[in-house]
Design a binder for this molecule. Structure first.
Ligand code: PLP
Length: 413
């Protein structure tokens, strides 16, 4: 099915504005995606008509908001093909989901000398939580290296993997490089030595089809704001058996069965991990975001984004041909999503970002919360273009025109 880009763009009010006197070109989708009108409307509707605290109450508004809230859980279950909706826990986002696993599963099951494997291309949110739990338990953090093109060195992964490995925590798709990691192979190999696998799906969730049962991952973390939904909502998927074996993350209302001063008992999953009043409105609006994606279809989105990446790469190639290869690409893996990092010789990435911003073009610059990855490439940071369902080749043309001029000016310095 061909994508109807105009009708998609028309659903995003934010895109139809000028920034610094130029039409906005939003190329910062890996940081956060924009929200379609139906997501914005869902927030307004909830607070205008349905607002009530969920669960336990006897009145109509509470039962309505509970139904809508739990409908999103069912939508998530379908979206990732979990066996049960109870395996989907609402959190604040990927960062909180990973911390939850590190602090509950990690503190319970890791001991002195155990090993946790991560990769060189992890976001800080899949590094620091493991460092914290390793410090607390005496477990050891080990890192799978990557090649110059930004792919995992699988032979090194094989060598690092052993009976000591208890957890492989790996980014499915790199936010800085766009690399799609061979997670199915990683999972099968990790399971063969008895290790569990957590996938950071922050970037994968909006670009790739997700089937947790087919993958057989133990944990998957995703985030609403990368999926055209509101900020402050994410999901931790975990296999029932593992979630049941883990202690609660936070104590409070909703996560208990019975509270006594001597001892409390805990609720069943998912509620055991959902202490306190959750982010009800945003969870409900997240459901609308999922409906938006399902309405287009992941394969249609992926095909469009892959065409955009191809178009961008060819365009950068042309700019380089006439400018002595002034643009160096960072992240050239064979399997990639529509994210491209680069540096312009002789220019600080922040200056490139500021100059593009003056033309209404929003890109991200800096270390992208992946400092160890930047160190691997000997860089302080990069400029990152990340393309999404509502971006067009016409926008890429404008970007190429301006980056071409910048590069020319820099070359002439
Ligand atoms: N992991 C990756 C790969 C990301 O790109 C991000 C966000 O940029 C995160 C983790 C953190 O996600 P969240 O903002 O949902 O906490």
């Amino acid at each position: 099915m061909a994508i109807d880009i105009e009708s998609i763009r028309n659903q995003f009010p934010i895109l139809h504005q000028d920034v610094n006197g130029m039409p906005l070109i939003y190329f910062d989708n890996a940081a956060t995606t924009q929200k379609p009108q139906r997501v914005i409307d869902a927030l307004v509707k909830y607070y205008s008509l349905d607002n009530a605290n969920i669960h336990r109450a006897a009145h109509t508004l509470a039962s309505r908001s509970t139904t809508y809230f739990e409908n999103t859980r069912k939508a998530i279950q379908t979206f990732i093909n979990a066996a049960e909706s109870e395996e989907c826990i609402f959190t604040k986002g990927v960062t909180e989901s990973i911390n939850l696993v590190a602090q509950t599963w990690g503190r319970t099951f890791l001991k002195q000398g155990d090993e946790v494997l991560i990769t060189t291309m992890e976001h800080h949110s899949n590094i620091v939580p493991w460092q914290l739990v390793c410090e607390a338990t005496g477990a050891i953090l080990k890192v799978i290296p990557i090649t110059d093109s930004g792919e995992l060195v699988m032979s090194d992964f094989d060598a690092l993997l052993s009976e000591r490995t208890k957890m492989v925590a790996c980014v499915w798709v790199s936010n800085a490089l766009g690399t799609i990691n061979p997670v199915k192979e990683l999972i099968a190999k990790a399971h063969a030595v008895g290790a569990k696998v957590l996938l950071d799906g922050a970037q994968a969730c909006s670009h790739l089809e997700i089937d947790v049962q087919e993958l057989d991952c133990d944990f998957l973390t995703i985030s609403s704001h990368k999926l055209y939904g509101p900020t402050g909502v994410g999901v931790l998927y975990g296999k029932r058996q593992l979630l049941e074996a883990m202690p609660p993350y936070q104590g409070g209302g909703e996560m208990i069965k019975e509270v006594r001063f001597e001892k409390s008992t805990y609720n069943d999953i998912p509620y055991k991990f959902e202490a306190g009043t959750p982010n009800i409105a945003d969870v409900i609006a997240f459901g609308e975001a999922l409906a938006f994606i399902n309405g287009i279809g992941k394969t249609v989105i992926a095909a469009h984004e892959s065409n955009l990446l191809q178009y961008l790469l060819e365009g950068i190639g042309h700019v380089n041909e006439s400018n002595n290869n002034m643009i160096s690409l960072v992240g050239t893996a064979a399997a990639k999503i529509s994210v491209q990092s680069f540096v312009v010789k002789g220019m600080h990435s922040f200056d490139v970002g500021m100059m593009l911003d003056a033309k209404g073009i929003a890109v991200r610059t800096g270390h992208h919360c992946t400092q160890p990855l930047m160190n691997r490439f000997g860089l302080e940071g990069t400029v990152r273009v990340s393309l999404s369902v509502y971006n067009t080749t016409a926008e890429i043309d404008v970007f190429l025109e301006h980056i071409g001029k910048l590069v020319k000016r820099s070359a002439g310095k």
